[in-house]
Design a protein around this ligand. Structure first.
Ligand code: PA5
Length: 425
């Protein structure tokens, strides 16, 4: 719902007429995207995943892990956040954890708490060479061996055709899945990369892909017909008009990790050539009591994206005769959350701050598939309109090579740059 962008147009200038003019560029960008998809070009291929991913193959590959108590996904960036978004959003009897960072205290604390004999270790790396992922896996593997657990029996690998992780999987005959070609990490949630963890947790990965396919079917040459393109085009047009930040604010605890996933997608894909829109992470209603002050009364440089599910389980608020609280009784926590959502929208509009409303029916597999696919398509559209190379991440790769070089993992000039840096104390 872009109504609140148009209602604040007098402040930032993005009117219905300017959107109609932008729609000609959306049509051209859509043609380019469709061509890239038809040719399975790097990146564009991600938008083909709803039909290219084989859920039965994923299920089959993980079927040997019956009834685990927990799953630990060892990966980082696009190799962790997609799976984390799914398993944090959906209920399961399997507890899902992530080892993405290499903070020794956090790693130790997680491993201390887990019964490794009942845990599946899901190691994910497209390149198969990422230092954080391999280091964490070596630590977990040793911990398992020390605890007398047959680590090879409880490890699952998703990786490319080459790299250290592929070598390791082959050497120990570990069950594994390939990472599809042409799909960058942050666009890989709907592939083996994100769906293996979801399948191990018992989620309906077919429904996830169906939700994604429903949004895929709505991609068209007009932003007025495609919610995904509308969001991408409007975000781009607002960024051009000074809205240099985008605060992703779901009103559902279960979508908190989705904001992290979105932040990676937006930052790593669009932050190029001095351009981009800084993603911020917020959670409704909690951050109404903190960040909203800034969003409403600080610099007018933000788009606020409000996300909610229209159906959810609810909890009644008990009746009370306490003075002044009668208005709460008979209502529900869901009613209150909805009132907070609408109050936030209205307060932003009253202050001339653009905001977009995104609704899915439920936070379930289908709804998540719709949401994640739509955000990816929005990001691709934004990248086309901004003429940036959405599917590369040279700044991220620079840091990876520097870290490896500093640890003696190869001769990388990026590591020399770190070593040469003068210290000013
Ligand atoms: O989106 C990306 O390309 C990155 O965030 C990668 O997913 C991340 O750096 C991890 O890389 P890899 O999967 O090669 O270990």
């Amino acid at each position: 719902d872009l109504g609140n962008v148009l209602d604040t147009a007098s402040v930032h200038g993005l009117s219905r007429e300017s959107l109609e003019r932008l729609d000609e560029r959306v049509a051209a960008a859509h043609d380019r995207i469709q061509q890239g998809r038809a040719d399975s070009e790097h990146g564009y291929e991600a938008l083909n995943l709803p039909s290219r991913t084989d859920p039965a193959a994923i299920r089959d590959a993980v079927s040997r892990f019956d009834d685990p108590e927990a799953i630990v996904t060892v990966g980082i960036g696009g190799s962790a956040l997609g799976a984390a978004t799914l398993t944090d959003a959906l209920d399961s009897d399997v507890d899902a954890y992530y080892l993405d960072n290499v903070d020794p205290e956090a790693v130790e604390s997680l491993l201390d708490d887990l019964d490794l004999s009942k845990t599946v270790v899901n190691v994910v790396s497209r390149s198969g060479t990422t230092a954080e992922t391999l280091a964490n896996f070596l630590v977990v593997r040793e911990e398992m061996a020390d605890a007398g657990v047959d680590w090879a029996d409880r490890t699952f690998v998703t990786t490319g055709e080459e790299g250290n992780l592929r070598d390791l999987a082959e050497k120990h005959d570990l069950p594994s899945l390939p990472v599809p070609d042409g799909v960058p990490g942050r666009f890989s949630v709907l592939s083996t990369v994100g769906l293996a963890a979801a399948a191990i947790c018992g989620h309906d990965i077919e429904a996830l892909l169906s939700g994604a396919a429903a949004q895929e079917a709505r991609l068209s040459d007009s932003l007025f017909d495609s919610p995904a393109y509308a969001y991408g085009a409007v975000s781009y047009a607002l960024a051009e008009r000074g809205m240099s930040a985008n605060a992703m604010m779901p009103y559902a605890e279960s979508l908190e990790t989705f904001s992290e996933w979105f932040a990676q997608l937006w930052a790593e894909s669009l932050g190029k050539d001095g351009l981009g829109q800084t993603p911020l992470r917020a959670l409704g209603a909690t951050d109404q009591h903190s960040q909203l002050q800034l969003y409403r009364a600080g610099p007018n440089d933000k788009l606020v994206t409000l996300v909610r599910a229209t159906e959810r389980d609810d909890v009644a608020i008990p009746e009370t005769d306490l003075d002044g609280l009668a208005y709460l009784g008979g209502s529900s926590l869901g009613d209150l959350l909805d009132a907070e959502f609408e109050a936030t929208e209205a307060s932003l509009v009253a202050a001339g701050r653009p905001n977009v409303r995104i609704e899915i029916d439920r936070v379930d597999e289908y709804g998540l598939g719709e949401l994640l696919y739509a955000m990816e398509a929005a990001c691709v559209m934004y990248g086309e309109l901004a003429s940036v190379d959405t599917f590369v991440q040279p700044a991220v790769e620079w840091g990876k090579r520097a870290a490896r070089g500093l640890l003696g993992g190869g001769d990388f000039e990026e590591a020399d740059a770190v070593a040469d840096k003068e210290e000013l104390v």
